[in-house]
Design a protein around this ligand. Structure first.
Ligand code: SF4
Length: 366
């Protein structure tokens, strides 16, 4: 039999059924789940609480890990970027961002991306393919094992954000499957309400997400206050323009929990979308729809050959003040990992040694 069954994306009942196909009792499935998720082991050889002959049989029919780490980069600010390859040779990127009170792992939902946002380097790859639930889970395992050691419980909470490569809502089934595996209490210690999915605005999927009780938080990338400019920066807007998008957000608002806000992300591009007038337009747009929300201003991360520059700190501050003067909750997101192409919009499978320390170059890291 060929070794094609990928076990990392399976939940406990699926692993129990899988073990039954090998004529093993269901509890072996729970053991396997604990080994793969709780202990974050990435090869059957390491699962020494399973009998040796069972491990050998598993190696013949299944895989405990498929992603291989090709390179990993460490930023001056502690951010780590992992460039990995799928079994079929496609790039996957993940970023680990340590912070004082918690860590954030920014993972990818697709290899490349089909959307054509003009300020994003990933867009230039096009869509290579959507990732499987297992490939999504593996990204988190690899980052946690590297940061803390195999299976070591993270000392701080871990935030997950689906803001790496890809449009997560175009891979919603696999994404939700992965999130359910990771938030299993016997799993990776991920807390459901610390997961945020960011979309460019796939309206039907926003409406669908609103009907899912264990959904993650939602962030919408806006980038422009008018259809005219958004059509240019985010061509998805031609399909689902701002009015439709914000109506979907209004519908989604009904599902917000106490204290939860919808996030609007606004990348700040010098001389393109950062004028006082555009700040007022943005505030008016959001106020007109009156959605319980906040705005994250994200200074653009310049990367050749993108034709944009980041807005200056003073302009970002001014933009923020205008939004706040009109009652819009506004925050500025500090860029992390710019020097290693790990920041928002910079993920494009770049191998670079510019301003970086390549920590290691290893295959099958865990
Ligand atoms: S910003 Fe997100 S949705 Fe747009 S092209 Fe980049 S990865 Fe895709």
């Amino acid at each position: 039999m060929t070794a094609t069954v990928q076990l990392t994306g399976m939940n406990q009942p699926e692993l129990a059924s899988f073990m039954e196909t090998l004529s093993e009792p269901a509890y072996r499935g729970r053991q396997l789940f604990a080994a793969l998720q709780h202990r974050r082991l990435r090869s059957f050889d390491e699962i020494t609480d399973l009998p040796k002959d069972l491990r050998a049989r598993l190696s013949e029919v299944a895989q405990a890990a498929t992603l291989k780490v090709e390179s990993q980069y460490l930023s001056n600010d502690g951010t780590r970027r992992y460039l990995m390859k799928t079994h079929d040779g496609l790039p996957v990127e993940t970023v680990f961002i340590p912070e004082e009170r918690r860590d954030t792992i920014c993972f990818s939902s697709q290899s490349g991306c089909p959307l054509q946002c003009t300020f994003c380097l990933t867009a230039q790859l096009g869509l290579l393919r959507s990732l499987t639930a297992g490939e999504i889970v593996e990204q988190i395992q690899i980052a946690l094992n590297d940061a803390y050691g195999t299976g070591v419980k993270p000392p701080r909470g871990t935030n997950l954000v689906a803001m790496g490569a890809g449009e997560p809502l175009l891979n919603l089934d696999q994404l939700l499957k992965a999130l359910r595996v990771m938030t299993d209490p016997q799993g990776l210690h991920i807390v459901p309400n610390r997961v945020t999915v960011s979309t460019a605005g796939v309206v039907p999927r926003i409406l669908e997400l609103a009907t899912i009780s264990d959904r993650p938080h939602l962030a919408i990338s806006l980038a422009a206050p008018t259809d005219e400019l958004r059509n240019e920066l985010m061509p998805i807007n031609k399909k689902w323009p701002l009015e439709e998008l914000l109506s979907a957000c209004k519908f989604f608002e009904k599902t917000l929990k106490p204290g939860e806000r919808l996030t609007f992300e606004y990348v700040m591009l010098e001389g393109v979308n950062d004028s006082d007038e555009q700040a007022r337009q943005l505030a008016n747009l959001l106020n007109r729809h009156n959605i319980r929300s906040k705005v994250n201003l994200i200074p653009h991360n310049a990367a050749d050959p993108l034709p944009y520059r980041p807005s200056s700190d003073a302009v970002v501050e001014r933009f923020k003040n205008i939004l706040e003067s009109k009652g819009v909750h506004t925050y500025v997101r500090r860029p992390r990992g710019r020097d290693i192409f790990a920041a928002c919009g910079q993920l494009a499978a770049r191998q670079t040694t510019l301003n970086t320390r390549v920590v290691t170059n290893l295959v099958g890291a865990s």
